[in-house]
Design a protein around this ligand. Sequence first.
Ligand code: ATP
Length: 926
Amino acid sequence: MATKPLSILSVVEDVIQKNRSQFDDIDFTSNIRKSEEASSRRNEAAMWLQNIVGGKELLDEPSEEAFRIALRSGIILCNALNKVQPGAVPNVVEAPSDIDNIPDGAALSVYQYFENVRNFLVTMEEMGLPTFDASDLEQGGKSSRIVNCVLALKSYSEWKLEGKNGLWKYGGSPKPQPTIAKIFVRKNSIPFMKSLSRGTASLGDKDGSPSEHSSSIETVLNDAVLNDGSEEGSIPSLYSLVREILHDKKQEEIPFIVESLLNKVMEEFESRAITVQQETMEEIEDVEIKQKQNDDVKYHDDEKSSMQNIIQRQHENIQELKMIVNQTKAGMHCLREKYKEDFICLGSHLYSLSTSASRYQKVLEENRKLYNQMQDLKGNIRVYCRVRPLIGQQNSCGVVGSVEEESISLVTSSKNGKEVKKTFTFNKVFGPSATQGEVFSDTQPLIRSVLDGFNVCIFAYGQTGSGKTHTMSGPDNITEETVGVNYRALRDLFCLLEQRKDTIHYDISVQMLEIYNEQVRDLLMTDASNKRYANLVPVSSTADVLNLMSLGQKNRAVGSTAMNDRSSRSHSCLTVHVQGRELSSGNGLRGCIHLVDLAGSERVDKSEVTGDRLKEAQHINKSLSALGDVISALAQKQSHVPYRNSKLTQLLQDSLGGQAKTLMFVHISPEPEALGETISTLKFAERVSTIELGAARANKESGEVKELKEQIASLKATIARMKDGELEHFKQPSNRITRGRKLPRDDCSSIEDPKKDSSKLKSRSLDIGDIYWNSPPWSDPHGGVNGNEDDKESISCGSMYRDDSLTTDDSFSVQGDTESKQSSSPLWMATTASTNDSDEFEFATSVCSEPDMNWQSHSPKATAVSSLSVSRPKRSVHVRQGKNLETRTTIPSMLSSSPRKHSTLASQPRKHSGSIDAKRRSGNAK
Ligand SMILES: Nc1ncnc2c1ncn2[C@@H]1O[C@H](COP(=O)(O)OP(=O)(O)OP(=O)(O)O)[C@@H](O)[C@H]1O
């Protein structure tokens, strides 16, 4: 849009050009009306002044000239102002007293003129009321401004009279309200108006020729040009235009034409200014938009560049990360290689470690072997002698002359009264002052053997009151120092067990039996109704064993005799069964230790007893005599060892043969009156100590053998199930395949009920069925020593299995069905049983627990060590040359075989026939 230049000259020129014709047709009627309006206003002002001030200076309707002259002195104006606003002009210079004589129009003194008018105008201006120029009072034609001023004061006065306060706003002024455009125009208004004023004044000249008018207009235009400062070149055309308009106009028309022209110029100028302003605003907006767009572009550019920077940085980061990943990969590769090497290294270390471990195992095994070989070299039957102190005679040694490491001398008097010294040699001799600990220290190695799978028997032998119970159990008031071999042995057992727990797992069970008058009784029995089964109680600590021992002691039959009121007339046997499994190989081993406190060995005639006590003593002597027979048979390498002659030898069978290690504590009393018994005891003991059996063997079986056995057992079970009828046959008591032998009926009937409750101890009762199905076989690489049938029958490892040839209908029965027995796996048992002929008591131990089925299926060689009827190669029994052969004959009660009570078993064919029976028959034939 083309914007017209905003210069006064161009505006004036344009206005003149546009309104040229209009200036020619000015309506003078309106001019007249305006003139009338002006005179009316003047009259109103004059009237108001006259009313408020009074006086006669002002006429009712004064002419413009008269109005001006009346007000020239400023007195009326100041007085009127003081009336409206009292004290507004404090000092009003009054007119001289002869003012009436002063001609009209005569000039007042300069002082009056200046002072009053000035004060009036200043005050009016301060009050915010319209004013006029002081010169307006001097020149004609300007009364309208003076009139306006007076009417404004009047209006103010009326506003005040209405009781209003605050800022008064003049509403009656013909002045238009200022606008933006007018403000803009008013910039040049003062000189412009002055020019107009001057122009008007010049137009008012009487001469009033157009050239003079033109000259006035020219002056106005010149002022405008000078103030505008532009378009100097257009002045001539503007002059000619103005002249053209005014040259034919009358004098009185010119002000109106000029006023009209100026109004139009003002309007045009305002509209143009607004337009220019709008255009300027639009331009500014355009510029701003462009600026903004530029800014946006710049922002986008900046953003783009920052994004590019970010991308660049990220790219660099990615590169860096790639580098790190590559480095990490390389590191990982190195690490993997290193780990591989480490693994290989570790593997080789592990291999060497495992090799070392297996070597260590071998060394350990070798160590065990050597250890037990060393024990073997000491002899499998060892005899320790212990001398009891003289009771009540601390300083006397009685008949004991001297006690050496391995020998003891007795001082006796001969027939001729001379003192004779008799010396006896043993593996070890403990004097009266030997402590319980010292006695046990030489027993300790045997305990270790038990955990290595050997059978051990420690028994205390000696006459009543010689200290057997003291050695085995301890005195009545037991302390840590005085506890006997039993407790110490078990404590050691558990100690070793703990040490070996990383290599071998052990299960320990305890059995406690008593043989009284050739009757076997379970000392751990808590249930009186169940007399036929001996308890085998699992234990896990010495405390458990102590509790059991205490229960056993309570159950044990104790009576008094003339010689020792605390004497026990029964044999008691504490048996500890050990079953171990090597954790590495799975190989199993079994061992057991019998701790036997024998009844007193004194002769009946010295016991001075009769009746029941005599019977007890006879039984005791009989069983000890049977023990002597067995030992004698072993010493003389007899083909037949009469284990079956007493319950005691049956019980200890496994510990008296070549399989076991035996330790006999021989106790002697130092009292002179016991000399005879002492000598007999020592002779017997010395004889025993000369026996040297073959090397003992551990009860071990390899994992492979064990596995095969399990398979066989499983197959047998299947066969048994298939052949149900046959199984039923086995279930019949009369047909049951068992091993054992008959015992007198009263053995069982005489069993006493302890009626003791030991509910704290968990025990389990075992029966023959357990053995039948589950007991592991006993293998003997050496085979048997006895070739004849008696031996086959009598070979026992401390157990007596019922022979089916001996069983009768009222014998013990298998508890539960046979298959169910497979689920329980007891290894050892003791049972009581009865037959038609007599009651029987049977007890079994680990070493004789092979089931008959297994036993039958084994080859003779493999099963040679099975308890009953498998022939064994002859073992070497060496009898050391004793110093005194007389020993053999001086203990008739022990060494001379009492009439052997051969079991009918030997001559009776066994019902569970097979190779075993065939062998037996062939043995009989020999
Ligand atoms: N080495 C010893 N030191 C101190 N006292 C002992 C010793 N040996 C035994 N006695 C004491 O001698 C007495 C008899 O001992 P003990 O009862 O052990 O004999 P025993 O051989 O078991 O008799 P019995 O055959 O009648 O059972 C007890 O009072 C016991 O304390």
